[in-house]
Design a protein around this ligand. Sequence first.
Ligand code: FES
Length: 146
Amino acid sequence: MNLAPQTPPHPSGDKRFKLLDVAIKRHQFRQDALIEILHTAQELFGYLDSDVLIYVGRAVRAPLSRVYGVATFYNFFSMKPPGEHTCVVCMGTACYVKGAGQILQALEQKHGIKAGETTEDGKVSLVTARCGMGTFCSSQTSRATS
Ligand code: FES
């Protein structure tokens, strides 16, 4: 007996929703897999608009407030379409010490946006990141100092 919720197909006929259905099914319609499902949705659509959040919420039988809460809690998720070009400035310690803050400030002034925003013409998105555990910068540093 199949106990999976029956989700009607998305009325747009957009094939990406079928791929999203596959991901939701793979996670057995579990609410505790919302992060993974939203991750797939963002890969498919480029960002998470309200239509996608509503669709996911219905599929996993979670209130929209919960889906929205997850989507807005994690910096990884974007609720707006990305710009044509994405400019990433590493704000990790090593880069910050070498002037990443000034570079970010210059880019913000040049494009008239703050980090996390996209220009009005949709050409440039400006985001910050950290390199993680120094995998890139530590190799650069060791090369530079040896
Ligand atoms: S701190 Fe920026 S690449 Fe490592």
